[in-house]
Design a protein around this ligand. Structure first.
Ligand code: ZN
Length: 241
């Protein structure tokens, strides 16, 4: 086996108002290919010796498709949690901002009081506050997500969409997913999004119990279950944790 060194370079193109960076690799005996990774990185592979000008023109031609793909992945990309968990900091719940009010107390817990998350822990520190709030989010998510799933299933009994299992956990790349075996996975951070966005993700994943891909038939089913899903999705797409 011979090792070959790929020459990688970085470029960008503009599409509408947006700047789209991409990584270019030359390889022998290939046709130009463009891919968009789930982290929204754009990778272009071009045949060795092809002029950069020609490559840029070809990539530009596909800019609409690239932008669409990047938007699609963006929807499943909640930003990483870099909160400090200190008094006064805002945290989300069902699309609304609440300020943290921390207090040192023997009894650990979270109370939603007005516009505040009142969090009690013994000897306040970031990790304890984070763990306490996470546990509270999980309890709320478990109740709400399961209630919503039940509600959808009851509203469409003829569909007979019954998930085998519903798991809630933290995911960095998506809001939800559905396995071929019929298990639904929902991102705990969804509890921070507005209710109608949560309902959209749940409806979307429930439809995958019947149709696993994103074919026109899938969207027909989703539209039947939730006629205004597009409005909800675009709200979620613009939602930043
Ligand atoms: Zn899907």
């Amino acid at each position: 086996m011979s090792a070959s060194l790929d020459i990688v370079s970085h470029h960008s193109l503009t599409f509408g108002q947006k700047l789209i960076p991409f990584q270019l690799t030359f390889r022998p005996k290939i046709r130009l290919s463009i891919s968009v990774l789930p982290n929204r990185q754009v990778m272009v592979a071009a045949p060795e010796g092809q002029a950069l000008e020609k490559i840029l023109a070809l990539v530009k031609k596909r800019a609409g498709w690239i932008a669409k793909k990047r938007n699609y992945f963006e929807q499943f990309h909640p930003l990483p949690d870099e909160k400090r968990f200190i008094s006064g900091e805002t945290h989300l719940y069902l699309g609304r901002q609440y300020r943290l009010k921390l207090q040192d107390s023997e009894a650990r817990g979270v109370k939603l009081v007005g516009k505040y998350f009142q969090i009690s822990v013994k000897e306040v520190d970031r990790e304890k506050v984070k763990a306490t709030l996470d546990a509270w989010y999980m309890k709320r998510a478990e109740k709400l997500f399961i209630d919503k799933v039940d509600w959808f299933l009851k509203s469409q009994p003829s569909l007979r969409l019954t998930p085998k299992k519903i798991t809630i956990r933290r995911m960095t790349k998506r809001w939800g997913s559905c396995t071929k075996a019929g298990s639904i996975l929902l991102n705990i951070d969804l509890i921070k999004a507005p209710l109608h966005c949560i309902e959209y993700v749940i409806a979307h994943e429930l439809c995958h119990l019947r149709i696993h891909d994103h074919s026109p038939a899938f969207y027909r089913l989703l539209s039947r279950l939730m006629p205004d899903w597009e409005k909800r999705k675009s709200r979620l797409d613009g939602f930043v944790l």
